[in-house]
Design a protein around this ligand. Structure first.
Ligand SMILES: [Zn+2]
Length: 303
């Protein structure tokens, strides 16, 4: 799943490409992934709206900003409208040109966009410069929500998110407040978006290796010096991953369909059976809930 560095890469690229663009029309073949605001009785989101209703609400609007909050892409339009896109497991936004042939988008360009992973387009926004924004999503878990800015911003999934770890004002004191008193295992605490935003499976593994903390260590047993190591590792690894344009271990691609480079720099994520870069011990993988944690049994000892 795309995490903070991947979503940040997409958002930065989108700012250069789609700000000031006007929407000409929309296309979708997976309406269950779309939530549209209906204003009959107060604020209500309708799943799987009719294409015509969606088009009526969005046609002619101009994009004025693109932001990231946790793993959400937020597109701001004129008329105080807003779109929230959560890419979930395999979703990724692509900037390209497609033609619908027999109800399926056919790519009109060559290059990275023609890679198989980019060939599951279920939703397209058409711009006034003849370019398009497509959502490729093999597993169809991604979610698109469109409506009034004030209502979308007030959705629980945005309103209750934890702090952004790369914000300048996110200091050690704030980190300790968010994480230090939690009873869960530190890996699960770091991956909880309502405690701290944007960290998932890949970066929590690497952050804990960098900080020499076992993924099963209970957060509330961590001493200040250990919390400090985790805090610094978060800043270091997420910053590096943004610079390297994220991790393309499976489906993630940038808006031009290209891979990120962090995969070559990763510390332990998906390196089971390989040697630790610090002590040469063999990296292990353990189950944690429905996921896996990768760690070095010598550098990261459970206390
Ligand atoms: Zn080691």
């Amino acid at each position: 799943m795309p995490e903070l560095p991947e979503v940040e890469t997409i958002v930065r690229d989108l700012r250069k490409k789609i700000i000031d663009r006007k929407i000409k029309s929309v296309w979708l073949d997976s309406p269950r992934q779309i939530f549209l605001q209906k204003k009959t009785a107060g604020f209500k989101l309708v799943r799987a709206p009719k294409l015509g209703d969606f088009e009526k609400q969005i046609k002619g609007l101009k994009i004025i900003n693109v932001q990231r909050r946790a793993k959400n892409i937020l597109i701001y339009f004129t008329n105080e409208k807003m779109m929230l896109i959560h890419q979930k497991m395999t979703g990724h936004l692509l900037y390209g040109k497609w033609k619908i042939i027999a109800k399926k988008p056919q790519l009109l360009l060559e290059g990275a966009l023609s890679e198989r992973v980019n060939d599951f387009i279920h939703f397209i926004l058409y711009f006034d410069n003849d370019w398009q924004l497509g959502l490729s999503d093999m597993r169809k878990f991604a979610k698109v929500v469109f409506g009034d800015k004030t209502e979308i911003e007030n959705l629980k999934e945005l309103r209750e998110l934890g702090p952004e770890p790369l914000e300048k004002n996110f200091d050690f004191k704030k980190f300790k407040e968010a994480v230090g008193n939690k009873t869960g295992k530190i890996k699960q605490v770091l991956m909880n978006p309502y405690i701290i935003a944007g960290i998932g499976n890949i970066y929590s593994d690497d952050i804990l290796w960098e900080a020499k903390i076992h993924p099963f260590q209970s957060a509330m047993t961590l001493k200040d010096v250990e919390l400090k190591r985790i805090f610094l590792a978060i800043k270091k690894i997420l910053t590096q991953a943004v610079k390297l344009r994220g991790t393309s271990f499976s489906d993630y691609r940038d808006v031009e369909g290209k891979k990120g480079y962090y995969v070559d720099k990763r510390r332990v994520y998906q390196r089971e059976g390989e040697k630790c870069f610090r002590c040469r011990s063999i990296i292990k993988r353990i189950k944690i809930g429905s996921r896996s944690a990768h760690f070095c049994p010598k550098c990261q000892v459970l206390k």
